[in-house]
Design a protein around this ligand. Structure first.
Ligand code: CAA
Length: 388
């Protein structure tokens, strides 16, 4: 049988960041609450010249060859920070990236879960059409508001994944277990540009969903923790994944517990410095694991826990392919992080309040933004995207 899975992955986040010790000091909190209690050290700052479309385009552009662009027949754009209530971000992406005009384009939403759904749809589609490729992007901006308890868990960025037959990175196994329940732990009404959240409740539901889908996974597949080399989690903040991992660690031998903890540390290196990117967070964590683990090898099974408030949870597994590192853009995130510019808390607050809002024409000065794709502004209620 043909193997279907993630062929390539690429990541983008804007060129500015704040330091979590400085944010803690500015908010009158003990720095270790942010560094250890929340598990974040830096946070991406999203300038007015970037939105979910430009971030997705910047991520995908770095991994796509001319041949990929011709072979892609579907673009699945997962986001909960959409820029339009009607038109999908995927259509903009098709034009910006020069993708085959005879491709389907669609946007998907279910909080931080939509990227996982998109990936499963892509796998099923390519299973039926193994000569075609599907582009999945998970692009989001986490916004809770200045001086809110969620502020330390903001961030933003995009992960792009190419799903294809005989993939370089990993096979997406047909073993998903999922669960949905109508609850109000986190949501964003259409009139709001910041999330509404019941923080403690959302964390409790996350852990509850993880335990439920994990238990169901074990009973449905007959596998147990010994079958996994690593577990990767949706990381709204990196301590959240640690809490979930600790819930199942006692099921492992002492020796395997050490391995799972080491792999978890590898899986949160990048998320600690980017922050939450909602539906992309699990996939940034996967990228971080693949890039930073010292011991992963072909054939290893990685457990993936996806959680989207509202709420939906899914647990599934990936099996690593022989040359999985070759599917990542070499040195991409190290370079991105090394080139980021530090901004003060005062400047971040100004940037936070300078996002595109309302219907009035606006132009942004995009000279300071080194990204290839930028948002130039709004003209006649149409977003103006520029290829820098
Ligand atoms: N040193 C070390 N640790 C410290 C500390 C110190 N000096 N001071 C406090 N801490 C620890 C606390 O003990 C606590 O740890 P535990 O959770 O292990 O008990 C941790 O720091 C956080 O402290 P608080 O609970 O007091 O923090 P808070 O009330 O200010 O809010 C939060 C934390 C609820 C996560 C808040 O940031 C928030 O609402 N974030 C947004 C919601 C969110 O991310 N929810 C996650 C699940 S929902 C989801 O996953 C979807 C999504 O992407 C949003």
């Amino acid at each position: 049988m043909t193997i279907i899975g993630i062929d390539k992955m690429s990541f983008f986040s804007p060129h500015q960041y704040i330091d979590m010790v400085e944010l803690a000091n500015a908010r009158g909190e003990e720095p270790n609450k942010y560094l250890i209690g929340i598990g974040q050290t830096e946070q991406a700052v999203i300038p007015s010249t970037q939105d979910v479309v430009t971030m997705a385009a910047n991520a995908a552009d770095e991994m796509l060859t001319a041949s990929d662009r011709k072979k892609i027949t579907m673009i699945l754009f997962a986001t909960e920070s959409g820029i339009d209530n009607s038109k999908s971000g995927a259509v903009y992406l098709q034009r910006l990236l020069g993708i085959n005009p005879y491709a389907r384009t669609i946007e998907l939403k279910q909080a931080c879960y939509a990227g996982t759904f998109a990936l499963m749809q892509a796998r099923d589609y390519v299973t039926l059409h193994p000569d075609e490729k599907v582009l999945v992007v998970a692009s989001d901006i986490a916004r809770y508001g200045l001086q809110t308890s969620g502020e330390v868990t903001q961030g933003g960025g995009a992960v792009a994944m190419l799903v294809a037959a005989n993939p370089m990175i990993a096979e997406i196994n047909q073993d998903s277990q999922f669960l949905s329940r109508d609850i109000m732990d986190f949501w964003r009404p259409v009139y709001a540009d910041t999330a509404r959240v019941d923080g403690k409740y959302s964390s409790n539901v996350y852990q509850d969903f993880f335990k439920k889908v994990w238990t169901r996974y074990k009973s449905k597949t007959g596998r147990d923790i010994a079958d996994f080399k690593a577990l990767a989690f949706h990381l709204p903040f990196t301590k959240m994944g640690l809490k979930a991992l600790r819930d199942v660690l006692p099921e492992a031998t002492d020796e395997q517990q050490v391995v799972l903890m080491d792999e978890f540390e590898a899986s949160r290196v990048y998320n600690k410095r980017i922050g939450n990117l909602y539906t992309g967070s699990l996939y940034l964590s996967l990228y971080s694991l693949l890039d930073n683990s010292q011991s992963l090898k072909a054939g290893d099974r990685i457990g993936m826990f996806s959680y989207g408030s509202g709420a939906e949870g899914e647990f599934y597994s990936l099996t690593l392919r022989p040359h999985f590192s070759a599917g990542l853009v070499t040195g991409q995130i190290d370079t991105l992080l090394a080139n980021r510019q530090y901004v003060t808390i005062a400047d971040y607050e100004k940037i936070f309040n300078n996002q595109l809002k309302g219907a009035a024409d606006r132009e942004f000065d995009f000279k300071g933004d080194p990204a290839k794709f930028v948002l130039h502004g709004l003209k006649n209620e149409r977003r103006q995207y520029i290829c820098n």
